[in-house]
Design a protein around this ligand. Structure first.
Ligand SMILES: NC(=O)c1ccc[n+]([C@@H]2O[C@H](COP(=O)([O-])OP(=O)(O)OC[C@H]3O[C@@H](n4cnc5c(N)ncnc54)[C@H](OP(=O)(O)O)[C@@H]3O)[C@@H](O)[C@H]2O)c1
Length: 312
């Protein structure tokens, strides 16, 4: 398949692009401010918000499948620049969906667990979203602009909206929560870990494999895609310390209230993945397996491989 991955310099997009290459697909990755040398895929440099750019990258890639990962995914950046957040997270997905539909390409649009307020946890696809931050509001609006093009109830629709959470190795080495814990633990620096914030993340590489399987299986509609087990961010940090042989005592158990963050965080964003499990052949959704692979990638020099791809 010819696959267009937007956000290919980002945590998810880069790992998805590399997984798609490993599966033998012809991959085109769109980057904007962070140029890179594509390892087995063609890099397209584009500010997708600029006039005519969505059309230009679709013409260049002529994709069968599109995985739209580009976003303003930093909560504080969204609060600082709500117009940019609306442009990237809310309006752009609708334009990508329209371009995909016009050319007969299937679309996976990446959304987030943060559309929920975190009061309940174990969220299913039928639970009502209640976004708390500008990031979450604009990401939910992005789902609606995609749905306006590809109504989710339409069984012939060729679009998937995947609400995800993830961790992994990134181009900068600093993008993901797992890298935050890894970097501080390796440097012997104390850090906070929230004991009252729960999530169900997947390794970006394994999430990429699941997304490719979802497309190959012709799924459509809204899916929650995360690990089967949820855990607190503190416990996640401890698991990383144990996996790499670092001192878990460096992670100070902290509550959200103690941290005094400027943007509201939802306490329990764990996702129920039953719908996904019932729709697919067996896929790796065990957190322990994902953490094992995170460690194996480290042993194989994967973080350095990504660093070499960066042109900065
Ligand atoms: N990270 C998480 O924990 C998490 C959790 C839940 C959901 N998600 C969702 O997963 C998706 C991927 O997140 P991520 O963490 O991989 O994000 P990320 O690392 O911040 O990457 C964002 C990507 O978007 C690209 N981008 C930004 N502005 C652009 C523009 N104007 N034109 C073209 N590309 C542009 C960036 O390109 P440049 O850097 O080259 O400018 C980068 O490749 C997002 O939809 C996010 O909402 C992420």
């Amino acid at each position: 398949m010819r696959i267009l991955v937007t956000g290919a310099s980002g945590l998810l997009g880069l790992n998805v692009a590399l997984e798609a290459v490993a599966e033998g697909h012809t991959v085109f990755g769109v980057v904007n401010a962070h140029p890179l040398r594509g390892d087995g895929f063609t890099v397209l440099v584009s500010d997708l918000l600029a006039p005519g750019e969505v059309e230009r990258v679709f013409e260049a890639a002529r994709p069968d499948w599109v995985i739209h990962c580009a976003a303003l995914a930093n909560l504080d950046a969204c609060e600082r620049d709500p117009d940019l957040a609306r442009g990237l997270n809310a309006a752009l997905p609708g334009r990508i969906a329209a371009a995909a539909k016009e050319r007969g390409a299937c679309l996976v649009h990446i959304s987030t667990d943060a559309v929920f307020d975190g009061q309940k946890g174990n969220y299913t696809e039928t639970d009502d979203p209640n976004p708390l931050s500008i990031y979450a509001h604009t990401k939910l609006a992005g789902e609606y602009t995609v749905e306006a093009v590809y109504p989710l109830a339409d069984r012939t629709s060729a679009a998937i909206i995947a609400r995800v959470n993830l961790f992994g190795w990134s181009l900068s080495g600093k993008r993901s929560l797992a890298e935050f814990f890894f970097n501080n633990l390796q440097a012997g620096k104390p850090m906070m870990g929230f004991t009252d914030v729960y999530f169900s993340p997947l390794l970006a590489n394994d999430l990429g494999k699941v997304l490719l399987t979802m497309m190959a299986e012709d799924l459509h509609g809204l899916y929650h895609v995360g690990s089967k087990e949820s855990l607190s961010k503190y416990d996640f940090g401890v698991k990383i310390a144990e996996k790499f042989g670092f001192d878990p005592a460096l992670i100070r158990p902290t509550s959200l209230a103690e941290a005094g963050l400027s943007v509201s965080r939802s306490p329990n964003l764990s996702l129920c993945v039953d719908k996904l499990i019932h729709s697919l052949p067996p896929v790796t959704l065990q957190l322990s397996t994902n953490l094992d692979r995170f460690y194996e990638l480290y042993q194989q020099g994967y973080p350095q491989k990504l660093r070499v791809m960066s042109k900065e």
